[in-house]
Ligand binder design. Structure first.
Ligand code: ZN
Length: 123
């Protein structure tokens, strides 16, 4: 794996501890042997992880959690709408990209113009 890719992972998933063991170990070995990546990792760690390493976890009061839960659930419950329900159940029937509407309108206008102004002659 190239340094560029490794450094991308260092800034994201490796930093967040989101990598699987195998990849994490691979990257750790790379860091140990590559000065460029080692320097980047040292800087990242010093600026993003180290300042928060010794912070004490603070639990918010129970009332805060219950208020968050209440407001979250209140926002999640919307009145039942048959149209929304149908859109969820039958998405292909209701999905038309906007350009399709514009194209359909253009075609309709062309046909209307043709039949209104260019009537076939009787003879
Ligand atoms: Zn490297």
């Amino acid at each position: 794996m190239k340094c560029e890719k490794i450094q991308g992972l260092l800034k994201t998933d490796f930093l967040d501890g989101e990598l699987d063991k195998k990849l994490k170990s691979y990257i750790q070995n790379h860091i140990d042997s590559c000065d460029s990546c080692k320097t980047l990792w040292a800087n990242l760690y010093q600026k993003t992880v180290a300042p928060f390493k010794n912070l004490k976890e603070i639990k918010p009061p129970e009332s805060v959690w219950s208020r968050i839960e209440k407001e979250t659930l209140a926002g999640a419950k919307e009145p039942f709408s048959l149209l929304d329900w149908l859109k969820d159940k039958l998405p292909p029937l209701f999905y038309f990209p906007k350009p399709a509407y514009a194209f359909a309108a253009m075609v309709l206008i062309c046909f209307m113009t043709y039949f209104l102004y260019f009537k076939p002659s009787a003879n």
